[in-house]
Design a protein around this ligand. Structure first.
Ligand SMILES: [Zn+2]
Length: 498
């Protein structure tokens, strides 16, 4: 093949894969949002036929041979990276024997069903055998892939390229040494903040009006982004000009829908701002989990929890919920949205205690993968760790070890990226502050200046670079977890007058 033929082949191959993927994604988004539940079984059967066809086409011998040939040619920087990425993914799935692949899918589906039942019945014993089986089959899959560094290292690298146990140990050590004692001190000596006014009754229809105000403020463009509702908020990218996010309204909380929508919007603009020349390519959409989370948590915590963000927005929110908020000042609102207290549920944790929830999961899953865990009593080990790090103990498995779906889907190595993303974000914030007076811009309704900075420095790159390369390019220094910890200690010392 010459270069022209190679590019022509790749375009046809990739377009066909994309067409299948777009169909599957649309069906799955529909299923998570508006499709009636009774249609699930039929839909899943039809989706699995389409997935099977895609799998066969992606991994067809002649296609892999051609991709391998392309990987030895010089097709320019972007296409070289694209082929490398695609070949890595395709080769990986092709390494699993079909029967094993089917078995694994079945263990995960069954695992999720068992997990849901166990969570509902608040009984870890119902899930423990299933969890053990999930860990075993996931480990077996990695044996087929060929273990490169160590089992858990490889898993970590699959969720954030370049991350290893060694790097995470440094990261979590810093959290243990500096943040754990700080949180303890804050709980003992901080000036308490009462946020009960944020937990009155807030009608859903009016909360939607608040979201409309924020959409306007953030320059939300409904021609390329859609907002729906779902049980668990999420974001799905369909193309560079079509991203969907969902939110969830909880009537006993004013801020839950606000911050979850802003979080998902952070994921959305990351996808919408990728450089046009990466349209349709894997390097235009396969951003790693830690980087993605750095962008969502950036908007949620580093922008939307600043006082300046609310200077013009809070009076409008107050107008909508006048009865509930008539006595609340901007300063009080700012304090209430930044309340920190140890809690049992990760997804509801505040910015300061959040990384400890992740630390606990990291320590447990590392032991699980390394085969050092007593599955029989894992729920108790979980509870012990909450007591050790957060000073509170879950007495129910449903708000303890059974609260998250990830392990039931065989996702080991995923959790750490949540804390890592927050830490990445803090360093991007520090860099942005050298260029922009963020508070000045937010106060004067110039959210677009913030967005533009993110677009130019980070979003436009898509998945062309891994995190350490982005740090070089954007921050001109390597990732340093202490920037994140400094930020948290500084912010919360002020809020709690320590
Ligand atoms: Zn997220």
């Amino acid at each position: 093949m010459n270069k022209e033929e190679a590019l022509e082949f790749y375009k046809a191959y990739n377009d066909k894969c994309n067409a299948y993927q777009l169909a599957l994604l649309t069906m799955s988004f529909d299923m998570s949002t508006i499709a009636p539940i009774d249609g699930s079984e039929y839909r899943i059967q039809m989706m699995s036929i389409l997935s099977g066809e895609l799998f066969e086409y992606q991994t067809a011998k002649e296609n892999i041979e051609k991709l391998t040939e392309l990987s030895q040619m010089d097709l320019g920087e972007i296409m070289n990276k694209e082929i490398k990425l695609v070949l890595k993914n395709v080769n990986k799935i092709a390494l699993l024997p079909k029967e094993f692949y089917m078995k694994m899918k079945q263990v995960y589906s069954q695992g999720e069903i068992t997990w849901r039942k166990a969570k509902k019945e608040n009984d870890y014993q119902l899930f423990k055998e299933s969890l053990k089986e999930i860990v075993d089959i996931t480990k077996q899959a990695y044996t087929y892939y060929g273990i490169k560094k160590s089992l858990y290292d490889d898993m970590l690298g699959d969720f954030e390229t370049g991350m290893t146990i060694e790097k995470y140990e440094q990261f979590f050590d810093a959290i243990k040494q500096r943040l754990v004692p700080f949180i303890k001190k804050l709980n003992e000596k901080g000036t308490p903040i009462d946020d009960s006014l944020l937990h009155q009754h807030f009608e859903e229809s009016k909360q939607a009006q608040v979201i409309d105000i924020l959409k306007k403020y953030m320059g939300f463009n409904q021609n390329e982004c859609y907002i729906g509702t779902s049980e668990h908020p999420f974001t799905e990218g369909f193309s560079l000009h079509d991203v969907r996010i969902t939110t969830k309204y909880t009537e006993d909380s004013l801020t839950s829908s606000i911050f979850s929508t802003i979080h998902e919007y952070g994921h959305a603009i990351y996808m919408l701002h990728v450089d046009e020349k990466l349209e349709g390519l894997n390097v235009g959409r396969d951003m790693m989990n830690g980087m993605h989370e750095s962008q969502s948590r950036f908007l949620e915590n580093y922008i939307a929890k600043r006082k300046s963000f609310w200077i013009n927005n809070f009076p409008k929110v107050k107008n909508i919920f006048y009865e509930q908020l008539k006595d609340v000042t901007l300063e009080q609102f700012f304090q209430m949205i930044n309340v920190s207290k140890p809690s049992l549920i990760r997804t509801e944790a505040d910015e300061l205690t959040y990384p400890l929830h992740i630390l606990i999961r990291y320590e447990l899953e590392k032991e699980m993968v390394n085969g050092n865990v007593d599955f029989e009593h894992l729920d108790e080990i979980w509870a012990d760790k909450y007591e050790q790090y957060l000073g509170i103990r879950p007495h129910d498995a449903s708000v303890g070890i059974l609260q998250d779906i990830h392990w039931s889907a065989g996702e080991f190595g995923y959790f750490p990226t949540y804390a890592l993303g927050s830490a990445f974000g803090a360093q991007f914030l520090k860099t942005m502050m050298n260029d922009i007076d963020i508070d000045e811009q937010l106060e004067h309704n110039h959210f677009d200046i913030i967005e533009q900075w993110l677009r130019e420095h980070i979003h436009c790159l898509g998945a062309l670079y891994q995190a350490d390369e982005i740090f070089d390019k954007v921050c001109h220094e390597p990732f340093n977890p202490n920037v994140y910890i400094d930020y948290l200690i500084d912010k919360y010392s002020k809020i709690y007058r320590l």
